[in-house]
Ligand binder design. Structure first.
Ligand code: GAL
Length: 862
């Protein structure tokens, strides 16, 4: 900033800032991360006289006003807002003894487990209590006259925000992203004390919610006249290979004192590439305190279309909108990333993207990132999606809430389809303190804010207004559904609306209402009667798309094979069937599930019998913290058994069962179980199963053929159920169309002799948030992983980085995640390494275990 320009800005403070202040080319807009340098304290008993439900609600509700179209606008009460007398909101409070933290931060993830009052369902980690976060904000005279907003991408939960002792506002739903206008509370000269209070009740979720400011936080500075929050909306109403029509709405907000005539111009380029065109400039008159929208349309020749991987390419465009005043002064520049694609939902062919049929091969995922908890990290999320792409997965359901904004950026870039979900409950509760407590006040602002935030993502193909809503079958549930459905259509007419149905039936008002009939488990036939509901839905709604929004819910512990193995292709877990309730294991033969669910094999049979079904979202892609079914009540169980991939990111056997179906082009064969059963199974029947994309397979046990099998219709695995165990080797040769396709071997390993270490990426960025995922295997002298090894492994690190967490994928390990010592599970353990910010050089990670040769790896922080 030059002094002359600064002088000009000072003179004009609190009116429109002139061009001379816009030297950075951004038109004056800045988006600044304020993730660093927070102080934090958690209180289990009330540290203040505040509470959302008893004192803060009337003051926080006005934060919702921008998102209320149909309801009352909330008035801020008269008088002094609560909290001005609470010392944590004051600059004078000494927070020296509080913990220093950076965001995103999950206060519960470091444990310890068995937190009082927290069920296995919520992961047994200490999410409850009041959390206070404090940080200084400083401004300069260059900020004079600007609008300054606080953007919180997600805080769990019931946020209330004070600046300099004044209550600014807040937002209770922990999965919502929200903005507060700090401008009236800022002291340009002084340090400004920002204080954020969160409260988390016991019994507030059916899974691990995490706790704290667990997503990114930003300061956004703009001129008073600017593109409004979520102020652009791009649609592509007509798309072909030759040309596409792109429609754009720009919403300009004027928080200045004078009415303004604003010129709106928008250029379009390929992300990272050439400019492709401009929208017709438009001029808008925006009155002080108002918003005004402009519409325009652009034709793009030979567009590069967006489509899901691996069938199509996820091409992206960026629209750069510039606002200028009548004298040509640029006052804002705003970028919107979008994709050009068409979606067709056809009741017989399912989903078509750009006219091409795309079977939905999806998974459900909760928001936690395993040992990192709910604290969002882009690299950890990207790693999850990379594994899912390798699986052949092309779709995500954000069960059961709005995701981190960056997850949708990744989905756009990597080519996933997204069923974007808003709520797990409406008016009727699932747990005592869940969203039902604020549903009447907040459903509208939460739903509108969610849609406006996510509307430009090409990955988002459907809005879900609910999951297994308790009142889904009642007239009241139908009426609530109608209200939510109408809200969605007021915001977006381009995507179908749905809601996950676990027991809704044809004819129910909610079921009649929703555009896609989303069936959880019941489509394939679930529970004891195994009667598929697809035909009943198909005949009642011949013109509607049906898909399965939750399938399988198959349970397994990676590497734990239990005997006998059921001869059915799907079996309900119960004592003696697929589980060991002393060791809290579920058999990794991947045939077992709770009463409402099914194995993948059974789901595939039903999909093949009902080909009009558009696809499925498996429950779940990755294991998650909480909901340790079938051991929900066992004191040690704390994370799920449902994942195709375990909590640490190691593939369960099931990965290959899905890969065989979803990526039939990839030649592979995968043998289970392991072959280290001496002495207990020598001479015992020990079934061998092979997952492969082949159509024939021959198994050799110690060199002798156990038979060549053809993949019969309605079978999805090769089973040799009569094999008798002798140590040695299993070898499978598979064939496709008569030609050898892929082979695999599984040997009885020797004793563990050493550790092997490898990193997912050996070069990491020294930005303080990149991660390297380090896998340690316990191996024998031939380098083969010892499949039943559970050695205790101790990690150490030197150089500019830290080990933030370790894991092994066990749903019952109670060692806190930050521990540097971790028992291997089925021969594997994981360490997550984060390079320090701004420090380059070698990071050396070592792993040691008693009686074994250790291993070391060097990463380069660049
Ligand atoms: C469903 C529910 C999911 C999860 C799943 C486990 O009923 O929607 O959130 O609980 O069961 O099988």
């Amino acid at each position: 900033m030059k002094w002359a320009a600064l002088y000009g800005c000072l003179l004009l403070s609190y009116s429109l800032v002139p061009a001379s202040c816009q030297e950075d080319g951004s038109g004056g807009r800045e988006r600044i991360s304020i993730n660093k340098n927070w102080k934090f304290s958690r209180f289990v008993s009330p540290p203040d006289n505040l509470s959302y439900h008893s004192t803060l609600r009337p003051w926080i509700l006005p934060s919702a006003n921008d998102f209320l179209l149909n309801g009352t606008q909330f008035e801020r009460p008269e008088g002094q807002a609560p909290g001005h007398d609470v010392n944590y909101t004051q600059a004078s409070f000494d927070d020296e003894s509080w913990e220093s933290v950076n965001l995103p931060h999950d206060w519960a993830i470091k444990g310890p487990f068995k937190a009082p009052g927290i069920s296995g369902g919520m992961g047994r980690l200490p999410i409850n209590g009041i959390g206070w976060y404090r940080r200084d904000l400083t401004f300069s005279s260059a900020d004079a006259g600007k609008s300054i907003f606080l953007d919180i991408d997600g805080a769990m939960a019931y946020s209330a925000v004070w600046l300099n002792g004044e209550l600014v506002g807040g937002w209770p739903f922990g999965y919502a992203s929200y903005r507060l206008d700090l401008t009236p509370y800022i002291d340009l000269e002084g340090p400004n004390q920002l204080a954020i209070r969160l409260e988390n009740a016991l019994d507030s979720s059916r899974w691990y919610s995490g706790a704290g400011i667990y997503r990114n936080v930003w300061l956004v500075k703009t001129n008073p006249v600017h593109v409004a929050q979520y102020g652009t909306h791009i649609t592509t109403p007509s798309v072909s290979a030759e040309e596409a029509t792109v429609e754009l709405v720009v919403n300009v907000e004027n928080l200045g004192e004078d009415n303004q005539e604003i010129l709106v111009e928008t250029e379009v380029s390929l992300v990272g590439g050439r400019r492709v065109g401009s929208f017709e400039p438009a001029s808008v008159e925006v009155a002080s305190g108002e918003k005004q929208a402009t519409n325009s349309s652009l034709t793009i020749e030979n567009p590069l279309l967006w489509g899901p991987y691996p069938l199509q390419t996820p091409n992206l465009y960026v629209a750069t909108t510039t606002l200028s005043t009548s004298d040509g002064t640029v006052i804002d520049r705003y970028e919107t990333t979008f994709g050009i694609r068409s979606l067709t939902f056809d009741s017989t062919r399912g989903l078509l993207v750009n006219g091409q049929q795309v079977p939905v091969r999806g998974v459900n995922n909760h928001h936690d990132l395993g040992a990192l908890g709910a604290a969002f990290n882009t690299r950890a999320a990207e790693r999850q999606l990379e594994e899912l792409l390798a699986l052949g997965c092309n779709a995500l359901r954000t069960s059961h809430n709005p995701p981190a904004p960056e997850l949708l950026d990744l989905a756009d870039r990597m080519g996933f389809l997204v069923m974007d979900e808003a709520f797990d409950v409406w008016n009727q509760r699932k747990t005592t303190n869940d969203f039902h407590r604020i549903f009447p006040d907040w459903h509208e602002p939460d739903l509108r804010a969610f849609i406006r935030r996510d509307i430009n993502h090409p990955s988002v193909i459907s809005w879900s207004i609910g999951n297994e809503i308790p009142e889904q079958r009642t007239a009241a549930g139908g009426a609530t559904g109608r209200m939510l459905y109408d809200i969605v259509y007021e915001e977006d007419t381009t995507r179908p609306v749905t809601s996950g149905l676990n027991n809704g039936q044809p004819g129910d008002s909610l079921v009649n209402l929703i555009d896609i009939k989303s069936l959880n488990y019941q489509g394939e036939g679930r529970g004891a009667n195994w009667r598929p509901a697809f035909p009943a839905f198909r005949s009642a709604y011949p013109n509607s798309v049906i898909w399965t929004t939750e399938s399988a819910s198959t349970l397994s512990t990676r590497g734990a094979y239990l005997f006998p193995v059921t001869s059915n292709n799907s079996a309900i877990v119960q004592e003696g069937v697929g589980i060991n309730s002393t060791r809290l294991e579920v058999s990794a033969y991947d045939l077992y599930h709770p009463s409402w669910a099914a194995s993948p094999d059974y789901v595939f049979v039903q999909q093949d019998l009902h080909p009009y079904v558009a696809g499925e979202f498996v429950w779940t892609g990755w294991d998650y913290i909480g909901e340790p079914t079938p051991y929900d009540n066992a004191a040690n169980a704390r994370s799920s058994y449902f994942g195709i991939i375990d909590l640490a990111g190691f593939r369960k056997d099931r990965f290959y069962l899905y890969q065989a179906r979803w990526r039939p082009d990839v030649p592979f064969a995968h043998i289970l179980p392991h072959w280290n059963w001496e002495p207990e199974r020598v001479g015992e029947v020990t079934p061998v199963h092979v997952f492969s994309s082949a159509d024939e397979a021959e198994l050799f046990v110690n060199g002798e053929s156990a038979g060549r099998l053809v993949q019969e219709p309605a079978t999805y695995r090769f089973r040799w159920d009569d094999v008798t165990y002798e140590p040695g080797s299993l070898h499978v040769v598979t064939y496709k169309n008569g030609e050898v396709w892929a082979e695999a071997t599984k040997n009885t390993t020797g004793d563990a002799t050493r550790l092997e270490i490898k990193a997912d990426r050996s070069k990491v960025t020294a930005d303080g948030s990149d991660l390297s995922f380090i896998t340690v295997s316990v191996v024998d002298e031939n380098g083969e992983t010892v499949p039943d090894a559970s050695n205790s492994i101790t990690f150490s690190i030197t150089g500019p980085g830290e080990i933030v967490a370790t894991d092994n994928g066990s749903p019952i390990d109670q060692t806190p995640f930050p521990s540097l010592t971790r028992d291997a599970l089925a021969g594997l353990a994981l360490a997550i390494v984060r390079p320090s910010e701004g420090e380059l050089g070698d990071i050396v990670i070592s792993a040691e275990a008693d009686g074994l040769e250790g291993a070391t790896i060097t990463l380069e922080a660049v």
